[in-house]
Ligand binder design. Sequence first.
Ligand code: HEC
Length: 120
Amino acid sequence: MRMPVKQMFLVVGAVTLLSVVSPMSAGSVFGADLANAKKVYKDKCLKCHGETGKGDGPKADTLETKAADYTDKKKMAKFTDADLIKITKDGKKPMPGYATKLSDQEIVDVIAYIRTFAQP
Ligand code: HEC
């Protein structure tokens, strides 16, 4: 079967358009850069807070205090974004502070990412 040339251009055009648009729309919710936040989370937070935010990372068992379960909607509703940002910046023993390690934007983004764990 041969495809008419005109139809082939249409297919190529649609695929190109999709590949340009999708990373942008998937990466940003409410203006947060979730794709980058995910990288930051995996790199810096996952070892304690866990892959899905349940507070069950590989290092979690060695900590004297357990981190919150970010998939627990009720628990998460008690924290404002400002609370979460402040704790991330200042730290809360045994968690280190990230004020000097991450930019303000990265901290805002990573908190937006943490919020996605409690979404259905
Ligand atoms: C060394 C392990 C460790 C690392 C690494 C870590 N945390 Fe935590 N984090 C904790 C623990 C433990 C708590 C709970 C502290 C408490 O309630 O006293 C906590 C608390 C928090 C809280 C407050 C809500 C809660 O769970 O009680 C936020 C928000 C938070 N961490 C975000 C982050 C982010 C963002 C990162 C990465 C940039 C990160 N943490 C890295 C261990 C860690």
